[in-house]
Ligand binder design. Structure first.
Ligand SMILES: Cc1ncc(C[n+]2csc(CCOP(=O)(O)OP(=O)(O)O)c2C)c(N)n1
Ligand code: SF4
Ligand SMILES: [Mg+2]
Length: 288
């Protein structure tokens, strides 16, 4: 970058770790970087506090590398494990109280439109499944009903991970967790279908085991939200700690779920979004 987006206070320069200095100096800003360039720029500090093998950490890296307009993107987060990573990124971000993320993002987007009518400002919510499908569902749905121009990304680890493993609406039926010892007794919520019916112009499910697909989906969602209306992306991001996986089993868990059809990659594109994406991409490529 360095376009002054994030600055280290001179008083702290001598004590800041080198990794953080690298983040400030080598962000993805001002360049046309994507997930294929990961490793040549800094998007998240490696020494972040998420557990080894955490699907959220990998997904966050990929989301940050996929944003089409990072300097002018504001991420709105919510309480949960992903929030722990936000202080390790060189990007504008706001932490909202648990469940409030879509209401905060809505207000922010509206204010940015008024304050900067001639500039592109993307607002992207990145929150957990508990924050999105359970406790914040009311505000998520209202932002969709009202056709707000924001992207909602759910990091779906199928649990309330940060509080020790309670079941969420997104947990699979019969799944056993630390604080759901008898197994969940109703099915996983199909929030992708709900999003489509509630007015999202673009809806997709994906995972970090297919980074280029994730990149394409995030970019499509951001472009569609900018021009047309709300968009929803659901990323399967397993939690090794609560699902008792070894860190190196995370990606294979995703691949197995994709293969057995219990967590497929999918895409819904409304006709207006299709028109837009065809114009931007020169023909939509729907290959998974
Ligand atoms: C209003 C409110 N209710 C409950 C909590 C407690 N709480 C903090 S994180 C969390 C679970 C988060 O689950 P999820 O959104 O799936 O994120 P994860 O930690 O799994 O990434 C809960 C219930 C809170 N902080 N605020
Ligand atoms: S508890 Fe799970 S979701 Fe949270 S940081 Fe650890 S592995 Fe990631
Ligand atoms: Mg969760």
């Amino acid at each position: 970058m360095n376009n002054g987006l994030i600055k280290i206070s001179p008083c702290f320069e001598d004590v800041m770790p080198q990794e953080y200095k690298d983040l400030v100096e080598q962000g993805s800003f001002g360049k046309n970087f994507g997930v294929s360039d990961l490793g040549s720029f800094k998007e998240l500090i490696e020494e972040h506090p998420l557990c080894a093998g955490c699907g959220l950490a990998l997904s966050m890296r990929l989301i940050l590398a996929s944003l089409p307009n990072p300097e002018n993107t504001i991420i709105v987060g919510s309480t949960g494990c992903s929030a722990l990573a936000f202080s390790q990124v060189a990007l504008h971000n706001i932490h909202s109280l648990f469940g409030n993320q879509n209401a905060v993002a809505t207000g922010l987007k509206r204010a940015l439109k008024l304050r900067f009518p001639n500039e592109i400002k993307d607002v992207v919510v990145v929150a957990g499944d508990g924050a999105t499908a359970d406790i914040g569902l009311d505000m998520v749905m209202q932002s969709w009903f009202r056709r707000e121009n924001i992207t909602t990304i759910m990091l779906d680890n199928e649990a309330y991970a940060n509080t020790g493993g309670q079941e969420s609406g997104m947990t699979m039926e019969k799944a056993v967790l630390n604080m759901a010892p008898k197994g969940k007794n109703f099915p996983k919520v199909n929030l992708a279908d709900v999003a489509r019916v509630a007015g999202c112009a673009y809806v997709a499910t994906c995972n970090p085991a297919k980074p280029r697909m994730l990149e394409k989906i995030v970019r499509r969602a951001v472009f569609t939200a900018r021009e047309i209306g709300p968009t929803y992306v659901q990323i399967y991001a397993p939690c090794p700690t609560n699902y008792k996986l070894k860190p190196d089993e995370m990606l294979n868990t995703i691949k197995t779920r994709e293969k057995d059809g219990t967590y497929p990659t999918s895409e819904y594109i409304s006709s207006s979004a299709k028109e837009l994406l065809e114009r931007l991409e020169g023909g939509t490529n729907n290959e998974k």
